[in-house]
Design a binder for this molecule. Structure first.
Ligand SMILES: *[C@@H]1O[C@H](CO)[C@@H](O)[C@H](O)[C@H]1NC(C)=O
Length: 178
């Protein structure tokens, strides 16, 4: 769930770990096209409307080619993305909450618990660097396509860089040349 920088890097990591089929879900066509270019096995465009969840879950499972998804990563962290993640995940599957958008979320927890879906957390920093560096060193993951903008390091350019990053849109990873 989510094709921002976190979702896209999760796609790359899932493939590096041997996930046979990875489907990326987002509201934005441009970001989905980036996911496609990065090797997503399928993409699903969704709305921001909670009412659409049942129909969207059906489409996600269809594109996934499965009755339910084994492992879902919520890389956005909204009511809707987590609700969709919980609903799309098969009995006994796992949902990992990666994107931390809000302190509190309203989600259909009981049906997911009844299907024994496990929810796990990750804060992305502790103990992750050695593996991350190894994946980059060995070429199992190429993060260069994520870099969409480069700026110098003057006061003006630094401000521009942050504004570009905040705007989102076509900006994925905004880098400084030092
Ligand atoms: C999540 O849903 C609850 C209940 O509808 C609502 O009160 C809350 O504002 C929502 N949170 C976000 C971030 O949309």
């Amino acid at each position: 769930m989510g094709a921002g920088p976190i979702g896209l890097v999760t796609l790359l990591a899932a493939h590096a770990f041997g996930a046979p089929r990875v489907v990326v879900v987002d509201v934005d066509d441009y970001r989905l096209s980036v996911a496609n270019n990065l090797g997503a096995d399928g993409v699903v465009k969704v709305s921001t409307n909670m009412q659409d969840i049942p129909e969207e879950v059906e489409r996600i499972c269809e594109v996934m080619g499965a009755v339910g998804v084994h492992v879902t990563f919520d890389c956005a962290g909204f009511n809707k993305t987590m609700s969709t993640a919980l609903s799309a995940t098969r009995a006994g599957g796992r949902v990992c909450l990666v994107g931390l958008g809000h302190n509190e979320m309203t989600v259909p927890l009981t049906p997911a618990a009844a299907r024994e879906v496990d929810i796990i957390g990750i804060f992305r920093y502790k103990n992750t660097w050695p593996l991350c560096i190894e994946l980059l060193r060995s070429g199992k993951i190429d993060v260069k396509p994520l870099i969409t903008h480069r700026f110098g390091f003057s006061q003006k350019e630094v401000e521009e860089a942050f504004e570009t990053s905040v705007r989102g849109g076509d900006a994925i990873k905004v880098m400084f040349n030092l």
